[in-house]
Ligand binder design. Structure first.
Ligand SMILES: C[S@@+](CC[C@H](N)C(=O)[O-])C[C@H]1O[C@@H](n2cnc3c(N)ncnc32)[C@H](O)[C@@H]1O
Length: 357
């Protein structure tokens, strides 16, 4: 572990990281952002510019989620997508004393760092860290949440939070291949120990299957042209994939080019990421399992980031409300406030839905 990984280590790096120019540009050079506990003022400055400090994640719709879930001392909470632990660190404070939070994430790279940070946090207003037993962290896909809860001896919970998609740490880390702006192997797996990288998927897909992925996972209007180009080039890196799609965009009319900008590239990355991680089947399984994990009167809040996710959440909640499984569900999705969308552009596409059992 390096000094910057350990949230209890207040010592600054012994030697300044070397970089070209006046400011660090590459992910690994951003030593202040990668040690947010040691450079609190610098981190606040970065956030006030609407940016997310490298290696961190800014939790979205925090007030709205806390209002919906209304965590109380003694509550048992499942955070199915722990990420950076932004939501969970606040929820933990509210469920103590007596409460317990079970945090899941399928990302084995970020999860140990998040667990360290959460365990090192003090109970607010005291110098005591949170009790060992108040936090259970498990590196697992949330499609297995029901069996994890059983194994941990907490089959029913009061509150469930799901914050879908990828974390900023995953997007910003050049070695993970999530961003079309940073050159990296085309991987896109949240759990790099499981399944195949996106490049391997592209190398074996047939045209009709890739068209289906682009349409179903990202509502891509130019699916056929993009699929043809990707299968002709079979890119193995993020930049090559982005360049391949840029060549397709150049064939659009000037009006469509202007309207679309980089959107076809973003959508193709999203579509492949969903396919590589099998995201929809995990979400469908989790939505089916929520009623058997939640106590009567328990509440669930789900943040989604594109129509394919939101459609699934909405359908599942509304169908189960009609069956009487949920007593009440969100009539319409809640959107981040204008201020939040402005200060954190990554929140722009978020939609929050809730249900009460
Ligand atoms: C948007 S981030 C969550 C951020 C978190 N709420 C916070 O405040 O820091 C989404 C996280 O969910 C994880 N994730 C996505 N799909 C998952 C799945 N099917 N099972 C487990 N974890 C998943 C990702 O690895 C990522 O860390």
């Amino acid at each position: 572990m390096t000094s910057s990984d350990d949230p209890k280590d207040n010592s600054k790096p012994k030697r300044r990281i070397r970089y070209k120019g006046t400011h660090p540009r590459k992910f690994h050079e951003k030593y202040k952002e990668l040690a947010p506990n040691q450079y609190v003022e610098d981190i606040e400055k970065i956030k006030s510019r609407g940016a997310t400090p490298a290696g961190t994640h800014r939790p979205i719709c925090v007030n709205e989620i806390l209002e919906i879930l209304n965590p109380q001392p003694g509550n048992i909470v499942l955070d199915a997508t722990l990420g950076y632990g932004g939501h969970s660190s606040l929820i933990l404070q509210k469920i103590l004393p007596g409460g317990r939070l079970i945090g899941l994430d399928q990302d084995p790279i970020e999860l140990p760092k998040t667990e360290l940070r959460l365990r090192a946090q003090n109970i607010s207003g005291t110098t005591e860290t949170i009790p060992e037993s108040a936090l259970i962290v498990e590196s697992v896909n949330f499609e297995n949440a029901f069996s994890v809860l059983r194994t941990k001896g907490v089959p029913l919970v009061d509150l469930i939070l799901v914050d879908l998609g990828v974390s900023s740490m995953q997007i910003d880390d050049p070695s993970r291949g999530f961003s079309f702006k940073i050159d990296a192997p085309l991987d896109l797996r949240m759990n790099p120990l499981k399944g195949q990288p996106a490049a391997a998927l592209l190398s074996r897909l047939k045209e009709k299957d890739l068209i289906k992925i682009l349409i179903e996972n990202a509502d891509e209007p130019h699916a056929e042209q993009i699929a043809k180009a990707l299968l002709k080039n079979r890119p193995t890196t993020t930049i090559k994939m982005a360049d391949t799609i840029r060549e397709v965009i150049k064939t659009f009319t000037p009006r469509v080019q202007k309207e679309e900008g980089d959107a076809p590239i973003r959508r193709a990355f999203q579509a492949l990421r969903i396919a590589v991680n099998d995201e929809f089947s995990a979400l469908d399984q989790f939505l089916d399992d929520i009623p058997r994990m939640l106590k009567r009167g328990g509440r669930v809040a789900i943040l989604s980031f594109h129509s394919g996710e939101d459609r699934r959440v909405k359908k599942s909640f509304q169908a189960r409300e009609r069956l009487g499984v949920y007593s009440k569900v969100a009539p319409t999705p809640i959107r981040p406030s204008f201020e939040e969308q402005h200060s954190n552009p990554r929140s722009k596409s978020a939609k929050l839905r809730w249900a009460i059992k």
